[in-house]
Design a protein around this ligand. Structure first.
Ligand code: HEC
Length: 213
């Protein structure tokens, strides 16, 4: 009997100890959980703050644009000019809003070509090509140093070609397609200092190469 009682007492003591350690564990887990939740909250708050700041900046910008436009009607109509302003901005960022990719840039405004080939002019152009251009341009569509000339008189307008041949440097600076070609060719076409007549002869030669008769 006595032994039994001692056993029961011991049991109770043990239980208490276990219970205590359980309590401790619970508190520990709670603490960790709390810290975790707190950290998450801080993270969320940061994201929210970022959103708040950006949206308020956008809002202020929008207001500025609207007030500059002098349009103070509803918010919906305000959104439209803001959007069009955004699309207009990158074009101006290009640095060459006045550049006309059809005409190029240079002294030629509107070069006219005949419906048929001027054979004499084309023959003169062949000679200029042999001396000054053939080292870099093939007459096929194959690249040498520069792009092949097959189809070039159709890809480009006569005015563009005349301006490019006589004003090479400026045009490479401004024409987006030439800049793309430059990246492919890795060589910048040097200005060949041609006379207007030679340029015109070359144009006729390119037309001949593209099958104009
Ligand atoms: C040193 C090499 C070199 C010489 C010489 C040269 N070019 Fe070029 N040419 C190029 C390169 C490279 C390009 C590609 C654009 C760029 O990066 O400058 C090009 C581009 C062109 C283009 C545009 C082609 C296209 O597909 O749009 C024409 C037209 C042209 N050249 C005409 C001429 C004429 C005409 C001559 C001779 C008077 C000439 N080139 C001499 C290297 C040359």
């Amino acid at each position: 009997m006595l032994l039994n009682q001692i056993f029961v007492m011991l049991n109770i003591k043990l239980e208490k100890k276990v219970k205590k350690s359980f309590k401790f564990m619970k508190i520990l887990i709670l603490c960790i959980h709390l810290i975790y939740v707190l950290l998450n909250q801080i993270k969320l708050n940061l994201i929210k703050m970022k959103k708040l700041i950006t949206s308020s900046i956008i809002g202020i910008l929008g207001l500025l644009i609207v007030s500059c436009g002098g349009d103070k009607s509803t918010e919906q109509t305000a959104a439209a000019p803001a959007a069009s302003n955004e699309t207009a901005a990158p074009a101006a960022d290009n640095g060459n809003p006045s550049y006309d990719p059809e005409r190029g840039e240079g002294k030629f405004k509107d070069v006219e070509v005949g419906a048929t080939l001027d054979v004499a002019m084309a023959d003169a152009g062949t000679k200029v090509y042999d001396v000054k251009c053939s080292s870099c341009h093939k007459l096929t569509d194959e690249k040498l140093v520069g792009p092949g000339w097959a189809g070039v008189s159709k890809r480009r307008t006569p005015t563009w070609l005349m301006n490019f041949i006589t004003n090479t440097n400026d045009m490479i600076d401004k024409d987006p397609e030439l800049q793309a070609q430059l990246e492919l060719c890795l060589v910048r076409m040097p200005n060949q200092s041609l006379s207007d007549d030679e340029a015109r002869q070359l144009l006729e030669f390119m037309r001949k190469n593209d099958g104009v008769k």
